[in-house]
Each structure stands twice: as structure tokens, then as C-alpha cells.
Design a protein around this ligand. Structure first.
Ligand SMILES: O=C(O)[C@@H](O)[C@@H](O)[C@H](O)[C@H](O)CO
Length: 353
């Protein structure tokens, strides 16, 4: 079995990013609430999805998946607010439209106050810029405030863990039948950071291997539900130990992987380069392969090295096509090659062959 690498977490897809992908020898991309899909009608329309698909086809890059519809499509669903049924109906339209253009994977997070960090410019190896989190500093607010998926307004009232579990079950019950009907898979991203304290007034629930197993139960064995295994987030739980537990339980129900790591675990950690964090990348890739995983790996957000514009907050394609990202991709290509897991299966040759 081979494991594919995809250029991932792309916010702004353009010819610069496409060229970067080709120069890295990649044949697929994964986009993250892409600006080419504004979704102004409350769902991703057939027209905008078709245009994106045609754009990537013209660049000879497969669309391996999309992650996170715009916040405006999803926030009432996450929070269980009146109006969520209309958002769910629109989410079903998005699913049908994805299938109509041959995109079969949509990642989602169930974070009512999104991802939190307390420092977006911490010092990593050699002074590289990385993000960090320290629970003791959350009183200062979310350092990721202003990012397009971070809610701009505080919650009207707190949301308990029981409410978040119920909201997630309601969402799955409503959308999985449509996903199964049209052959689209939905992949849950675990809660980053995986702390059991509410952040911004909302409880976090997908914070442990046991909680991920519970989410799997909520999906009722649906073939259209799986995990977006964000290794960084699971590493934040208990390092390689929690990663192993999730891989051993979820195996083929892991649809794709965010391959990043951290140093430390909750309540205090900082992001880092691959190979210097909590887990051994080669051991984890070998375990993924042996578990029956046959999805793809993306690089997610990465440290900003000397000369790079930023690590996450700047979503321009210039900031995205960074030294830090090239390092991550090159590192993963080397590990896959060393494990003899990179033999192209011949179905997707690089564009210049
Ligand atoms: O763990 C994280 O924070 C990252 O992987 C997120 O950027 C993630 O990619 C999404 O935004 C959450 O779906």
C-alpha cells in the first residue's frame, strides 16, 4: 500500500500555489475554506465548485479534499441555535454539489469558538516562528482572533459539553444519510487545543482518544464518517501514546492526516518542526500503514523559517509557499521513501511526465 502526500490547508489557491505543488512533486491539493468558494448563498454552489474543479484539472492537480465550509454556513449547527435546520439543509446542498463535481471528502471541526492559541509568534528551533498555547494565558483571549474561522462575536451564553455532544449527534443524524447517498465522506477534526476547560465559553469535547471513539459511535458505523487525524492535536493530548491509541482504534476510518507535531502537551505546548516533537514520524507512518490507512497526508500549518512571511495568520499564497512548508513536505517524502511507502501507484504521475 502507498500513502499519498497532498499539498494541504490551502486558503488561497492560485498559480503560485499550483507551481509550488508541482515543484514539490505533488499531484494533489487539499483546500481549507478556500477563497475561491465564497458560498454567498449559504452553501457551496455547483457553479463555484465546478469552476474550482476545472481550475485544478487545468493545473493537473487532483482535489484530494476540502476542509471547513465558511463559518457563516456552520456556526448555528455547532452551537445548536435556532436556524441550524436551515444551515443543515444548506450543508446537504453542499454535499450534493461536492459529489456532482467529483469531490468526495469534506473535513469539518466542531469547535464553537474555533482553534485557540495564546501566542502566534513563539520562538521555535533556531528562532523559527511557531504558534503556542498555555492554558494559564487564555484570560488574554485567543491569539488566533481575526482568523476567518474564528468567531468575531462572543457567545451569548455558555455551551456545555452535553450540549455540544447533542449538537454533534443532531448534525450527523441529519447529514450522514445524504453523504451516504451521494458517496461523500465527512471527516471530523479533533478539538485543538484538546483541553477540558471551556474556551470562549464553549466546552470542547473531542479532546481524548476515548472521545474520538465516542464520536465514532455517534456516527453509527456510517461509511461516510471518519476522522481527519490531526496528529498535532492528538499529540497535544498525550504525545505518541494518544496517537497510537487513535490509530489502533480508527485505522481505515482515518480518511486523511494533518501531519504536524508539537513539543509538550496540554495545558502547555508549542508547535515545532517534524522530528523534534512528541512523536517519531517514521513510527507513526508505519503504524498508519499497518492499520490499513489508505488516505492521504497533508502538511497543515508549519513553522515560519527565516525569510518566511508567517506561520498561519497570513493566508496569502506568498506566505503559504514557504521554506517551512517545503521542509515539512520534503521531510515526509524522505520518510515515506525510507519506508518504501511512496512508490507511485501509477494512477497519478507528476504533471511533467
Ligand atoms: O489543529 C489545527 O488547529 C489545525 O489543523 C487547524 O488549522 C485545522 O486545520 C482546521 O482549521 C480545523 O478544521
Amino acid at each position: 500500500m502507498t500513502i499519498r502526500l497532498s499539498l494541504g490547508h490551502i486558503d488561497k489557491y492560485d498559480s503560485h500555489v499550483a507551481t509550488f505543488a508541482h515543484q514539490l512533486g505533488l499531484t494533489g491539493v487539499q483546500l481549507h475554506t478556500p477563497d475561491l468558494l465564497p458560498g454567498t448563498d449559504g452553501f457551496w454552489s455547483l457553479a463555484e465548485l465546478r469552476a474550482l474543479r476545472e481550475r485544478c484539472d487545468a493545473d493537473r492537480l487532483a482535489i484530494d479534499g476540502l476542509e471547513n465550509v465558511p463559518l457563516a454556513h456552520f456556526w448555528k449547527i455547532q452551537r445548536g441555535l435556532p436556524g441550524r435546520d436551515e444551515q443543515i439543509e444548506n450543508y446537504r446542498k453542499t454535499i450534493r454539489n461536492l459529489a456532482a463535481v467529483g469531490i468526495d471528502l469534506l473535513g469539518y471541526n466542531f469547535l464553537a469558538t474555533y482553534v485557540w492559541r495564546t501566542d502566534m509568534a513563539a520562538k521555535g528551533r533556531g528562532g523559527a516562528k511557531v504558534t503556542a498555547f498555555d492554558l494559564a494565558d487564555v484570560h488574554r483571549g485567543n491569539a488566533l482572533a481575526g482568523y476567518r474561522l474564528t468567531p468575531g462575536q462572543p457567545l451569548d451564553e455558555p455551551i456545555t459539553a452535553d450540549q455540544m455532544w447533542a449538537n454533534h449527534q443532531y448534525f450527523l443524524d441529519a447529514v450522514l444519510p445524504v453523504a451516504e447517498e451521494v458517496g461523500v465522506r465527512l471527516a471530523l477534526h479533533p478539538d485543538d487545543p484538546p483541553v477540558n476547560e471551556p474556551l470562549g465559553g464553549a466546552a470542547r469535547i473531542f479532546t481524548s482518544p476515548a472521545a474520538i471513539k465516542q464520536a465514532h459511535k455517534q456516527a453509527g458505523g456510517s461509511p461516510s464518517w471518519g476522522l481527519n487525524l490531526c496528529l498535532g492535536t492528538v499529540s497535544e493530548m498525550a504525545g505518541e501514546q494518544s496517537i497510537n491509541e487513535v490509530i489502533d482504534h480508527m485505522g481505515p476510518a482515518i480518511f486523511y492526516v494533518h501531519f504536524r507535531d508539537v513539543r509538550g502537551t496540554v495545558p502547555r505546548f508549542s508547535e515545532c518542526f517534524l522530528g523534534e516533537g512528541n512523536f517519531n514520524p517514521a513510527r507513526v507512518i508505519r503504524r498508519l500503514n499497518d492499520s490499513g490507512f489508505d488516505g492521504f497526508i497533508i502538511d497543515d500549518h508549519v513553522p515560519a523559517m527565516i525569510g518566511d512571511l508567517d506561520t498561519w495568520g497570513d493566508t496569502s499564497s506568498e506566505a503559504y509557499c514557504s521554506r517551512g512548508r517545503a521542509h515539512a513536505i520534503g521531510y515526509l517524502q524522505g520518510v515515506l521513501n525510507g519506508l518504501a511507502l511512496d512508490e507511485p501507484d501509477g494512477t497519478r504521475l507528476p504533471a511533467d511526465l
